[in-house]
Design a protein around this ligand. Sequence first.
Ligand SMILES: O=P(O)(O)OC[C@H](O)CO
Length: 191
Amino acid sequence: MRGGWALAGYALGALPFAAWAARLRGADIRAVGDGNPGAANAWKGGGRLAGAAAAVADWAKGAAPVALALRRGTRGPELVAAAVAPVLGHRTSPLLGGRGGKGLAATFGAWTALGGPWSALAFGAALALGHGVLHLREGWAVAAGAPALLVAALLNRPQRRAESFAAWLLTTASLAWAYRARFGWPPVRER
Ligand SMILES: O=P(O)(O)OC[C@H](O)CO
């Protein structure tokens, strides 16, 4: 069905696993840290197990629609939709009143399947380098990691060049918007 991957991906992405994991451990994720319903706050509010479970579940909900779409031979705009929809579902989850999370874990999941594991690893390494080693503010670290993700995906899965480029534009725009309050000047944090 045309639009099926977009609908299924959005519905899966909208499942707020981090909020549920925190709640299972008695925490309200909105009251933890910056209130983002993501794995980091599930970890802070609900402990390591809740955080790890949320990270895996949020990653998987990004990866699963793309992996299934690829297995069915889906290409073109439908494949792009399968990659982007879970991220948007997480960002705007109706189960959280439209105020979902930033979509970082779901983005990692979608790219693990679309660009191959190396693209997600390249993104993760660039984020760790930018934020952890070079002390870039979160927004800048995400922006600096995005080109690494695209280059790794194009090298890794050259046969999906058009889909990767389209999905990259959309997931990067989504992350840039989600992290818009985390840019700030200068790009490097004061220590
Ligand atoms: O972008 P989310 O919503 O997957 O959550 C972000 C993580 O908790 C890391 O800050």
